[in-house]
Design a protein around this ligand. Structure first.
Ligand SMILES: [Zn+2]
Length: 314
């Protein structure tokens, strides 16, 4: 083989392999839980450069959307969060399944989680099927945080989002998350007022999908039937993509399969909101009112896993 031929072949090889790897998000060790040392420091920027206008009304907590017409649209949402005291993972099986099937989804990310998985977040930001929402900095419980603490949990997350976008070289403009998800689904009238003043709409769910571990395929199958039964046009489904709980992809595969066969289409939460009127409540819950109150005492003093109050003061 001549040198020229060799170099041409080498170039072709490099070209082909770079195309293949550009589309393949292979799982690596940094996607695991507790893969890196926990960092409970605040973000490098404590407030986003772009602050949203306050909402004109404090509409409450959106659980689903009443769709005008007979479109069978629903939104799949995935929480990606971690406490102040430990790191969680990034469920690449879930992310790659959504990418492979080109299913739009809304991902509610904690700001601290974003920092732990900043390389993944950069990829996700460049992927058009994904919409990113705010899920507090370190999973602070909105019913328990002080006003200052809640402000910081939200604004630190908006700021971290901006920082990662800048690092990724994405022309940021005024793009910051517009949707908010309550950790533990917990809220208070005061919290709703603060969140509305910060310009974010509160999105919960009417179908809590996982109900524990779905590693076992039979369990995932029967769980999927339950989820499909609860789903209606305009539903918002709650899943996780942080490897807590486990086996989510098994359930997701089954749910998508059943719902697709049933004529459903998948859209982002923002898209779903454009299709009808939101159905709201004033107090967040999983499947029935107050079923999440018992979580108030489980994760530190105010949901972040800490024994001391999260004040937002570095
Ligand atoms: Zn969460």
């Amino acid at each position: 083989m001549t040198r020229t031929k060799f170099f041409i072949l080498l170039c072709v090889f490099i070209c082909i392999s770079s195309i293949a790897s550009a589309d393949e998000w292979t799982q690596n060790k940094f996607d695991s839980r507790r893969a890196i040392t926990n960092n409970s420091n605040p973000p490098e920027r404590l407030k986003p450069l772009h602050e949203l206008m306050p909402l004109t009304s404090n509409e409450g907590i959106i659980r689903r959307v009443k769709i005008s017409g007979d479109i069978k649209a629903i939104a799949l949402t995935f929480d990606m969060c971690e406490l102040d005291t430990r790191t969680t993972g990034c469920d690449m099986n879930v992310i790659n399944f959504l990418r492979e099937k080109r299913i739009p989804a809304t991902l509610f990310m904690g700001g601290k989680w974003m920092r732990t998985h900043s390389e993944r977040v950069k990829q996700i930001m460049n992927e058009s099927i994904f919409e990113i929402g705010n899920h507090n900095w370190s999973h602070g419980n909105c019913a328990l945080l002080s006003p200052e603490g809640l402000n910081a949990q939200i604004l630190w997350t908006q700021a971290e989002y901006e920082l990662i976008r800048e690092e990724a070289g994405i022309d940021s403009g005024d793009a910051v998350p517009l949707l908010f998800r309550l950790p533990y689904g917990r809220s208070s009238e005061n919290a709703l007022k603060i969140i509305a003043e910060l310009g974010l709409r509160v999105i919960q769910w009417d179908v809590a999908a996982e109900a524990g571990d779905n590693t076992n395929l039979n369990r995932a199958k029967s769980n999927a039937k339950r989820v499909a039964k609860m789903t209606r046009p305009g539903s918002i489904l709650l899943f996780h993509a942080n490897l807590v709980p486990k086996g989510t992809v098994n359930l997701l595969r089954e749910v998508v399969n059943i719902l697709e066969n049933d004529g459903y289409i998948f859209v982002s939460v923002s898209e779903l909101l454009r299709m009808g009127e939101p159905e709201t409540v004033r107090d967040g819950y999983f499947t029935s009112p107050k079923d999440n109150y018992m979580l108030d005492k489980k994760f530190g003093i105010d949901g972040t896993g800490r024994r001391t109050r999260f004040t937002g003061k570095p």
